[in-house]
Design a protein around this ligand. Structure first.
Ligand SMILES: [Zn+2]
Length: 307
């Protein structure tokens, strides 16, 4: 049954370290990481961007098999109407409606979630995995999925000042060389609050939401990942791919995500938060209080300082 497939959803605001966490969890036996499934139709099926394995989506043997099992094949027509359905049911502005459980667009929501559960079930079958990992991040999708299916959420949190510094940086997408979206610190602060508060409310609704601070993962990869794996009921297996602050990563068929999804071999687990101007630092700090303190961050932002 498609809707009994165990799914772990990695949530949080972009640039919070969700790709690193996904890659590490993806090395745990029985877990298959899929990347950001929310972008599968537009970036995979339509734009044919490369999978994490380096092959184009249409050439990747893993996703080809998943498409056959889930839908007979990946169809451009489906890639045409599914993003429209997403725009109607899966939006941050609809989180309050979903949080209150108000009856609204229920048939469309069920149809939307069905497209995910088919992909999850097919991916688990093709990879011979027990658990699939979707790192789509957006809280609104976590609400949509949890309204219909059993989903556990890992909420990745990072110091909002470090997140704001990252959103200011100029970075090119390895997929097509185009610049990645940039946000002002104020905009990042608003999104940081909205996403994290949405996950806090989701937890209060009874959905299992496990919070992980990116800084804790980077400071103590083995301890932090070990606790998370235990909490999620996954086989620990001794985490043999971890060696101090290094991880040995295999190929992952991730459909979209941060450039780190292409990394294979030994990678350093580190954090290099960028600088922010004094005024921007205080703006983000003021805007994200008191949640920033609740998550254990200090008022003063000192990039690189150990907490
Ligand atoms: Zn692939």
């Amino acid at each position: 049954m498609a809707d009994t497939q165990p799914v772990i959803f990695v949530g949080g605001l972009g640039r919070s370290g969700s790709t690193l966490l996904e890659r590490l969890l993806g090395e745990v036996p029985g877990v298959v990481p899929l990347g950001e499934v929310v972008h599968l139709w537009d970036r995979g099926v339509r734009a044919d961007e490369p999978c994490g394995c380096g092959q184009r989506f249409s050439q990747c043997p893993f996703w080809t098999k998943v498409g056959i099992r889930a839908f007979g094949q990946w169809r451009q027509s489906q890639a045409g109407w599914l993003p429209g359905l997403r725009a109607r049911v899966d939006r941050t502005r609809r989180v309050p409606v979903l949080a209150l459980g108000l009856a609204s667009r229920e048939a469309e929501l069920a149809e939307y979630v069905r497209s995910y559960s088919r992909i999850y079930a097919a991916a688990a079958e093709v990879a011979d995995a027990q658990v699939v990992l979707d790192s789509s991040k957006h809280a609104s999708l976590a609400y949509c999925l949890s309204a219909i299916m059993d989903v556990r959420v890992v909420q990745v949190v990072r110091d909002p000042r470090a997140v704001a510094a990252s959103w200011r940086r100029r970075v090119r997408r390895p997929e097509d060389g185009r610049p990645m979206t940039r946000w002002t610190p104020a905009r990042t602060a608003v999104h940081w609050l909205a996403q994290n508060l949405a996950f806090e409310v989701l937890r209060r609704k009874g959905v299992e939401v496990v919070r992980v601070r990116h800084e804790d993962l980077v400071r103590d990869p083995r301890g932090t990942l070990g606790r998370l794996v235990t909490r999620l009921g996954l086989p620990d297996g001794g985490l043999p791919f971890l060696d101090g602050h290094r991880a040995l990563l295999g190929v992952a068929h991730t459909v979209s995500g941060n450039p780190m999804r292409f990394s294979v071999g030994t990678v350093e687990i580190r954090d290099r938060p960028g600088p922010l101007r004094r005024s921007q630092r205080w703006l983000v700090t003021a805007m994200t209080l008191p949640l920033l303190l609740w998550y254990g961050y200090r008022l003063a932002y000192r990039p690189g300082a150990r907490r």
